[in-house]
Design a binder for this molecule. Sequence first.
Ligand SMILES: *Cc1c(COP(=O)(O)O)cnc(C)c1O
Length: 400
Amino acid sequence: MTRTTDLIDEAEAHSAHNYHPLPVVVASASGAWMTDVEGRRYLDMLAGYSALNFGHGNRRLLDAARAQLERVTLTSRAFHHDRFAAFCAELAALCGKDMVLPMNTGAEAVETAVKTARKWGYRVKGVPDGRAKIVVAADNFHGRTTTIISFSTDPEARADYGPYTPGFEIVPYGDLTALEAAVDDDTVAVLLEPIQGEAGVLVPPAGYLRGVRELTAARNVLFMADEIQSGLGRTGRTFACEHEDVVPDVYILGKALGGGVVPVSAVVASAEILGVFRPGEHGSTFGGNPLACAVALEVIAMLRTGEYQRRATELGDHLHRELGLLTGGAVREVRGRGLWAGVDIDPAHGTGREISERLLARRVLVKDTHGSTIRLAPPLVISKEDLDWGLDQLRAVLAG
Ligand SMILES: *Cc1c(COP(=O)(O)O)cnc(C)c1O
């Protein structure tokens, strides 16, 4: 027995088996590297599903968190605190919007967006009570709450959790004709990921997001972009919607907003939209807490420099060029934008899980999704040398 197997066995015995982690037990991390309990180092090519865009133990983020820890960490929204105004104003400015509604996890932000759209629909658009409809895409991933899995098409995410929340219509992703047919007078919002992360980093056909923007604007329907994974630098832009020069009505943010330090999420929109809430109508004990605001303010300041977006573009071009050279062989298809790739492996070379385990043996950490797809999303602070080393390991695994 090793310390690794001991700790895994103990975790298995005492935690619900709702995950199947790779057999590595992390003890510390810095930048793009993690160290396990045996002292072995691994290159992190997942970055907490983009929650760690700025890397592990980022100095600026830790300093901001540490300073705030010493002052005040939680007030609840019953009182004001001195980091809240700046956080809301600066996040709204980053998004080109007026207002922010802070929450904690991504799923909470999506739930908040759903409630926002319904309330806006009844109060502003004039949809008859109880009839609001939200159109979503097949193969979406928006989180794990009962309402959100009600409009998932993934049987694993949905089975045994009914009865399901009504009020959602699912259309194929990337299909504007189907979307247009689904939008009716009771439709209050279209909710989409500008790039579908969990589905395997699916980039919609060119012109799709622009088409969604035009259709929703013409039909007085909110376009709500779930940028929880695609946003905040990952694709080489602050928001993935920017690749089509599209500004949605509602941004849903999370993951990297908390800098990999604390959970921070938010819904960001105009005052006309978020102005529908009155005191008591929605909330969260931890949402917008001082520690969260302090860390997120630093994240926003880092994004304002454009440095991380530039790195994602440059390293992403390199990543996609190198992965492109593998297609036709063991790699069937590569998708993505910026420092983000979904790589479909020829199943003859193994399942995504098997490839991930072989990469683990070579000290590279990735996560599989759906059969023989692996996704690569290293922290944006990764060096080109480390990225190349990670790619060398992938090539070696696929050759073996
Ligand atoms: C991760 C994710 C969520 C859910 O975020 P949690 O913080 O895990 O609740 C929602 N939408 C997208 C696109 C995500 O990637």
